[in-house]
Design a protein around this ligand. Sequence first.
Ligand code: HEC
Length: 607
Amino acid sequence: MKLGRAVGFIVLGTGLFAVAAKAQDGGALYNTYCAICHDAGRNSPAPAREELGRMTPEAILQALKTGSMKAQASERSRAQRRALAEYISGKPLPAQPAVVSSSAFCAGSSGAPGDRRTNAGWNGWGAGITNMRFQSADVAGIGARNIPNLKLKWAFGLPGATSGGTQPVVANGRLYVGDAEGDLFALDAKSGCVVWHDEVESGIRSAIMLGADSGGGLTAWFGDQAANIYAVDARTGKLLWKVKVDDHPQAAITAAPAFYAGRLYVPVSSREEAKVADPRYPCCIFRGSVLALDATTGKQIWKTWMIEGKPVAGQKNSAGTVVLGPSGAAVWNTPTIDVERNVLYVGTGNNYSPPATALSDSVVAIDMASGQIRWHRQQTANDIWNGTCRRADREAAACPDAEAPDVDFSVSPVLVKSVDGRSMLIAGNKSGMVWALDPGQQGKTIWTQQAGKGSSGGGVLWGLAVDGERVYVPNGFFDAKSPDASGGMAALDLHTGHLTWSTRNPPCGDRKFCKPSHAAAVTAIPGVVFSGTMDGQLYAYSSETGQILWRFNTAQDYSTIDGVAANGGSMSNAGATIVDGMLYVGSGYSHHGGVIPGNVLLAFAAN
Ligand code: HEC
C-alpha cells in the first residue's frame, strides 16, 4: 500500500502506521539524499551503489544509525533508514522490533478523552491561535510562588531519537509529542504511561494541533519532514487522512499547522538550503508556501507561494552546475490567526539563490478566505543565503554575497491587544531585532528594538512570549570565543518597545559544553518566564525583574518511565508547556547548532 506519495493524493481511513517503512520509496530517498555522492562516478571517495549493494541490509542500517553515514542520515526517520537499507541491499530486513515495550503502556483503560475542549490545556505551537506562548494562571496551576518547589516527576525516553521532541501538547489529561524518528506518542499527562503510539514516514518536528472534528470527536493534525500532513483520531491514534502538500523532495513541515473554523493552515519549509553545501547540487528550486486544507478531508482549498514566479536556469557556478532561481522564502513558523481581520500572518525566510524576491525575510498577511496576500513587510532585502556561503571556496554563483545575513523570520508573529485595545503584531528574527507592527495599517511599524545580538544561528530563533505587558525575548547568539557573553534573556515593554530588563546567564564554570544561547522558544505564565539553553540549562525568570527564580540542568542521564535509555542535552525549537500544575519540556537537540544530542521529555510538578 502506498500512502499518498503523489501530491494531493488522499488516503482515507486506512488505519495503521505499521506500514510506515513499507510505504516509503527507498529509490526516491536514495536519489534525494545519497546519489549526489554515491552515484558521482569513479573519482568520488564514496563507494558506488553496486558496492553498497553487496552489504547486508543490517550493515547498511548500522552505518546510517551509528556508523560512518550517521551525519548524512541524521535527519532521516527510523522508517526511512530501513527503506534505504532494503532498497540498497535489495533484501528485506527482519520485522522491526517493538518501538514501545509493552510495560510502557498504561495499565487498564486510561479512559477516552470524552471531552472535546482543547482550551483547557496547551494546544499547537503557541498555546492558542495568536501564538502568545502565554498560559493563564488557572490553566497553568503554577505561579511565581511555587516555582521553587518544582521537582522532576518523571522522564520519558524517545526511542532512538537524538532530539527531545516537539512542543508538548496537553488536553483532557493527555500529552501528545512527536519526534525525529517519526514517532507520535499519546501519554497520560500525569503519569507518562503510553496510551497509544504511531509511527509515520518521516520525522515530526511540528507540534500537534488538536481540534473538534465534524464527526464529534477530537482530531490531532501534524506534519512531517517529508511534507505530509496527517489527521489522526486523538483518542486512538487511528489515521484519518494523509496528504502530501509539496512535491519538492526536500520540502518539510517544520512548524505546526494552525486550525481555525474547519480549516488547517499549513506552513511549508525545506532542507534544500542546506543541501547546497555541495556545489554539484543544482541550487535551488524550492519555494516557500502556505496552504489552507479542509480539516475534515485534507482537501486543498488554496496554496499561496511566497515567491511568485517559478525558478528558471541561470548561470553555471564554478563547479559547472547550473544555478536555478528564484528560490527560498521558506515558512518555518506556525501561522497566527487574526479572527477580526480574517487574515493569517507568517514570517518568511531568506532566498536560497538569485534573484532576490520581495517576500523573503518578511512578515506576510494572507487573506484566510482566498489565500491572497493582503500586505507584507520585508525587513531585510537581498538576503540570498545557502549552504555554500559557509565554504571557504564559496561558489560565486550559488552564493552571490558572502555577507548575506541569513536572518529568517523563523518565529511565529504574535498577535496581541494593547491596553488601549489596539492590535499589535510582534515579530522577531535571527538578527535579534523585534518589531511591533500595526495589523490595522498594513503592518506599519509601531516600534522596533534591537533586543540582543543576531547571527545566522539567531538572534530570536524559535519563539517569543508575550503577556499583556511585556515581550519576552530569548537570544540565541553564540560567540565561541566568549561563551559567557552569549545568549541571555530580555523583556521589552509591549507598548513602547523599551527594554524593561535583560539578564545574562550565570557563568558556565566548568560545564563541559558551554553554549548558553537561548535558542528554544520561551513560555510565559503570570509572573514567570521559562527559557532553555543550548547547553541544557532551563531557567525560570521573574517576568517583572528578570531575576532567576529557578534553574535545572536538563543535560543529564535519566531513568525513564518507559525503560528507554535517555539523556537530556541542548534545548532548541520547542519550549516548555505548562498545564495543571505540571511543566513539560523536551531536552536534547542535534540540528542547527545543537551541541548535546538527547532524547528525553521531562515532566516537573510543583507539588
Ligand atoms: C557527502 C557525500 C555522501 C552522502 C550525501 C552520502 N554518503 Fe554514504 N558514503 C560517503 C563516503 C565518502 C563513504 C565512504 C567513506 C566512509 O565510510 O566514510 C560512504 C560510505 C557509505 C556506506 C558504507 C559504510 C560502511 O560502513 O562501509 C554506506 C552504507 C553509505 N555510505 C550509505 C549512504 C546512504 C544510504 C546515504 C543517503 C542517506 C549516503 N550514504 C549519503 C559519502 C556520502
